[in-house]
Design a protein around this ligand. Structure first.
Ligand code: FPP
Length: 252
């Protein structure tokens, strides 16, 4: 059944969305919190706090539109280089977010998952994540996938090591290794690749995010800082996505 999400943007342009061509997997680099705070003479942690508050609206809208996977880049393997104060603030925000939102997420049938080296996060974060996974694991709605202590290179190296072990144990033979098989050694083994990767804040780079999985993703950039990235911007990103010509290396 064909479904249309009727919509107009602030300039009264028609940006209605084709309900049959909603990206299955959207991934977002939640960038610009620090600059958002600086513009307001606030500490960086306040930018992150505003960034976390913004997650609710985007998760809700992705659920409404029927997106299957939403991956949020919340903390990279390189973010440990930041001052301890900022790292601690981010960990605290993660715990607060999960504590505060898990009931609502559960009510909205969201499944909470994560990718990255979760085992190296502080135990309080791990406990709260475990609680969220457990509570939401049987839900059937949007899969909210938090990239935490995640790095694309780290994920690929980890995958190579796991594959090497399986080769050594003769669980698989080298001749059978192809990209589909290798994908099963990545954190994202149960997900499809991202169709659309969104990066607000004006930066146009991938920053070690989903390096393997982004082979045929469509990219969407905007100058808006993450705390200001609202439902209407998500709609515009999806609208632009629906007007792209995806050929996956082939021809039409
Ligand atoms: C990038 O902005 C943002 C991050 C490195 C962290 C994003 C994290 C959150 C929004 C909060 C934690 C997440 C959850 C799921 C609770 P930046 O600090 O690089 O901004 P800047 O480039 O303007 O300095």
């Amino acid at each position: 059944m064909w479904k249309l999400f009727s919509n107009r943007n602030q300039d009264n342009e028609d940006i209605s969305l084709d309900g049959n061509n909603i990206p299955r997997h959207i991934a977002i680099i939640m960038d610009g919190n620090g600059r958002w705070a600086k513009q307001r003479n606030l500490p960086r942690s306040m930018g992150h706090k505003a960034g976390v508050e913004n997650i609710r609206e985007i998760v809700k809208e992705c659920s409404n539109l029927g997106v299957k996977y939403l991956t949020l880049y919340a903390f990279s393997t390189e973010n440990w280089k930041r001052p301890a104060e900022e790292v601690n603030a981010l960990m605290k925000l993660l715990v607060e977010y999960l504590k505060k939102e898990v009931e609502e997420l559960h009510k909205n049938k969201v499944v909470v998952k994560s990718i990255g080296q979760i085992e190296s996060l502080p135990s309080i974060c791990r406990d709260e994540l475990k609680n969220a996974y457990e509570k939401t694991k049987n839900n059937t709605g949007l899969i909210l996938n938090l990239a935490l202590n995640y790095g694309g290179r780290d994920e690929i190296l980890r995958g190579i090591k796991l594959l090497y072990e399986d080769l050594n144990m003769e669980k698989i033979i080298l001749e059978d290794v192809n990209s589909e098989v290798f994908s099963k050694y990545l954190y994202t083994k149960d997900m499809c690749d991202p169709d659309l990767i969104i990066r607000p804040s004006g930066e146009q780079r991938i920053s070690n995010f989903l390096l393997w999985q982004c082979a045929y993703s469509e990219f969407w950039y905007s100058d808006i800082k993450w705390p200001d990235f609202k439902k209407e911007h998500l709609h515009k990103a999806i609208y632009d996505f629906q007007n792209r010509d995806r050929r996956f290396g082939g021809i039409k």
